[in-house]
Design a protein around this ligand. Structure first.
Ligand code: ZN
Ligand code: ZN
Length: 391
């Protein structure tokens, strides 16, 4: 591990410069044209085989060692968010209304730095590094798009690793949990259909507004009464739309919201309870209702063996002060699609520095990181690669 700290020192200038360059020119999901062009040029400059257009704007770099061995996939997401940046730093976003407010600019810079470290070591590598620069993590299912385009084939990865800079924790903190670490999500929509009319004569009507109100209240009992207090599920109603004026009861009310869960079985249980509640309340009120669930990202589930390896690596490095093994978040992330097929692990790298005011949360218009976190990301990822591919 410590040997990489020396190497990273040599590459630190380009690591920071890359991060700031990507920060200045952020691009939202599937529009990462400049980002992927620069990644591809830099990888080619290192004599790494490059494939572009994998999952639209995704880039895959293959660094094949001279000796035979496993293939290690490293994934870095590269999309930004439709947020107007309110920072005043010199590397502030030049793309109006678009901002790297999640840290993916740092992820891309970390990936390129690892490529710079290992490209000159290919004669020593016993296997292959598959660098995966993924588009559209922020809700655009970029991981699935890349998988559909064959990113997990030829060569099939033996292991997959991903990481996220994490501004909820300070630099020096590293978090990795055995099993489920980030929630899966499933959005839902529900139409409550009644028989509207004059609001002054409600006795002639079947009122979908009252019905929807009762459904919203009753849905709150699902997590409270059907899920063990030891488990975690979030069920939120996030939209309610119905009616246009004050003297007409509408025919229809639409509800929608999201579920977050760590366990597929509990997700199905909640969905079944929601369906029963919605249908029966609607029927009891003379209305009808249908509810539809739209599957989102799966939970990020770490293989305990790989999580242990990363905790071991982190505990042996001088730039990690604290290793957490019980972090869980209801945020979702589509690296889960890789972990669903390939054994591996995902971890968080603390990136906040409250003394410098670098502790705004992810997706905030003033989000920024302490760039020394980039070094932690590079060194832990490099040590993982070294564990598998170097003597
Ligand atoms: Zn994000
Ligand atoms: Zn993110």
């Amino acid at each position: 591990m410590e040997e990489f700290l020396e190497l990273i020192k040599q590459h630190r200038k380009s690591l920071i410069a890359d991060r700031r360059d990507f920060h200045m020119y952020p691009e939202v999901g599937y529009k990462e044209f400049r980002t992927s062009r620069i990644i591809s040029e830099k990888l080619k400059g290192l004599n790494i085989d490059v494939e572009v257009g994998v999952g639209q704007t995704g880039v895959v770099g293959l660094l094949t060692g001279e000796k035979v061995g496993p293939t290690v996939l490293l994934r870095f997401d590269m999309d930004a968010l439709p947020i107007k940046e309110e920072n005043t730093v010199e590397y502030v976003s030049q793309n109006n209304g678009v901002m790297h407010a999640c840290g993916h600019d740092g992820h891309v810079a970390i990936g390129l730095c690892i490529a710079r470290i290992f490209a000159p070591l290919s004669h020593k590598l016993k296997g292959t590094i598959k660098f995966v620069f993924q588009p559209a993590e922020e809700g655009g299912a970029g991981a699935s798009a890349m998988i559909e385009d064959g990113v997990l084939l030829d060569p099939v990865p033996d292991y997959a690793y991903g990481m996220h800079l994490w501004n909820e924790k300070p630099v020096g903190w590293l978090g990795i949990t055995d099993g489920a670490m980030m929630a899966g999500n499933s959005n839902w929509e529900c139409d409550v259909i009644g028989d509207g009319g004059h609001a002054a004569t409600p006795h002639h009507l079947n009122d979908p507004i009252i019905t929807a109100s009762q459904i919203v209240g009753s849905l709150q009992t699902v997590v409270a009464r059907n899920i063990s207090p030891i488990e975690s599920v979030v069920m939120s109603v996030a939209q309610i739309h119905g009616g246009d004026t004050n003297n007409v009861i509408p025919n229809r009310v639409r509800l929608s919201g999201t579920l977050r869960y760590f366990n597929d079985e509990l997700c199905v249980l909640v969905q079944n309870r929601m369906t029963t509640i919605v249908k029966n309340i609607a029927e009891s009120m003379g209305c009808s209702a249908n509810i539809r669930f739209v599957p989102g990202y799966k939970p990020v589930v770490n293989d305990a063996k790989h999580a242990r390896l990363i905790r071991q690596i982190a505990s042996e490095t001088s730039i990690v002060d604290f290793v957490s093994d019980d972090i869980q978040t209801t945020v979702s992330e589509d690296f889960s699609e890789f972990l669903h097929q390939i054994s591996g692990s995902y971890f968080f790298v603390g990136s906040a520095n409250s003394e410098l005011g670098l502790d705004y949360p992810h997706h905030h218009s003033r989000f920024d990181i302490d760039e020394s976190a980039l070094t932690v990301g590079v060194s832990v990822m490099s040590s993982i690669v070294s564990h598998h591919l170097l003597d």
